[in-house]
Write a protein that binds this ligand. Sequence first.
Ligand SMILES: Nc1ncnc2c1ncn2[C@@H]1O[C@H](COP(=O)(O)OP(=O)(O)OP(=O)(O)O)[C@@H](O)[C@H]1O
Ligand SMILES: [Mg+2]
Length: 593
Amino acid sequence: MSNNKISNWLIFKRLGQFVKPYKCIFIIGIICLSFVGTLMPSIITMVKPVMDIIFASSEVIVIPFLKYEIPRDAAVNFLALAIISLALLKGVFDFFSKYLMAYIGQHVTMDIRNRLFGHLVYQSLEYYSNNPTGQILSRITNDVKYLENSIVKIPARFVRDGLMLIILLGMIIFFNPKWALMTILGFLLIILPLVLFSKMLRNLGRKGQQRMADIYDFLSEKISGVRLVKSFSMEKEEQKEMEKANKRFISLVLKSEKIDAFQGAFIEFLAISGVALAIVTIGGAVIRDSVTPGDFFLLLGYIVALYTPAKNFAGLNQELQKSLAAAERIFEILDEKSPLVERSNLKILKDFNQSLEFRDVSYRYGDGDLVLKNININVPHGSIAAVVGPSGAGKSTLINLVPRFFDPVSGFIAIDGKDIREYTVRSLRKKIAMVMQDVILFNMSVKDNICYGLGEFSDDEVRKYAEAAYADMFIKQLPDGYDTIVGEKGVKLSGGQKQRISIARALIKDPEILILDEATSHLDTESEKLVQDALDLLMKNRTTLVIAHRLSTVRNADKIIVLEDGKVREEGRHEELLAIPGLYRRMFEMQSI
Ligand SMILES: Nc1ncnc2c1ncn2[C@@H]1O[C@H](COP(=O)(O)OP(=O)(O)OP(=O)(O)O)[C@@H](O)[C@H]1O
Ligand SMILES: [Mg+2]
């Protein structure tokens, strides 16, 4: 419990850090809110003199303190003008307080969204294998939205409604302590069930958030995997799943709507009964002549005016809990440390002259078994090392360690004898280009995809590299040539076309180290030949680590590493490995390299 309190306090402090850049606007907003909080009761207070004048028996009114006499109708006009002025002033402060708080709410949530994205793009790939996209999206959109709501509402409720409450109650106490006590008791009677209801609503709200996140999750998975859905004709079933998820969500929402509607009607009923009771009590006093009609309307005005701030104030806790829960979920992402920790004083990787080595490298995903066990590989500068082995042997894991998508759990990877962790990740990745099995393209033009992350290139340069990658010929035939938008993940292109774009990208990058996950499965003979030619050109004069499926690559490799079950089983040139009766020979005979 006490832990909980400390952490709530910490959450507040951290939220405060986000509001800090807008400190001045925040203070002005709070000042405006406090004016609204004070002006509202002042306007109601004006009712009393108006009523007293209207019901006065003499035709002239003596202004208190000044002892100056003015006619009754002039006094009423003057007071009406004063009420209009106060209302105008309140309107102005209301406008500024609302706009400024919304300004802060929008800016703070924008900063949080930016921070979240900034943090997420740096997260390791492992993070993404453990956290479904939909859940992450729901936090960036839903939870941040909640937070914005609260950032705007909480100070308003606390300052504006709090002030109104204090002033209105103070006024009633000033008039008649007994009535004040009755009012407070009456309000407690209304507020207490409100608090109970709000607890129920909060719980439902939290569950609703989770169910919405599940819907996001479902949507993002099924829409991005729509091919699979279609190929198994699962449209109907998935539609049913979606309906089920939606029903689960909506049943919760309706439950809370029911409570909300009931609470509204119930409270309204209590409030009106309370006002009727007040009319009877205070009206009786008017009849007994112990209270003027002005006082009657004033007190009634105070009591009616108390309702909204009292209700808002009672809901403050609910709002607070909601925003704390949302903030907690957001900070959970921000606190997720990237397992890739950069030490301080890192060097920039400039030269690479001798070798790329794996030294006793082991790796496991999470708490699983080791998928790489004491790997030792030496790839001399300028040579081609081919990695072959059965599916699940650990080949992709192995090559992903070089650009530090993951770090080994023991051992290290060295460039020219030095641990790559001694260099900045940026300078390391600058030296590496990867062409992977599943090419990732963004929904932008072919040209922008080729140049992604590499700076500005002229159209001629891009064309030159695309030609070298055997890509120019198909790009030219696309509807808008190099400006054709390729669709999300490049859906408008074929597998071989995507690969050739990614080869063009690697050629432009002109990396010293090339990492390839060759894939031939989805290429026909002709495009395989094109991709192969492009790759051969790409590999020239570079240090290449390639997961090889193509015979030509395997034959030309300076070294073949046969990986099985996370271990290096055999190592040597094609002819050398064929000479021994081992896994390589078996694989070669079955042509499943
Ligand atoms: N993100 C992950 N989380 C947990 N385990 C993983 C993850 N990725 C891969 N693995 C496991 O690690 C092992 C090696 O996988 P890896 O992808 O490196 O194999 P591979 O040799 O590239 O296979 P393939 O030839 O089929 O591509 C497999 O047993 C796999 O189940
Ligand atoms: Mg693989």
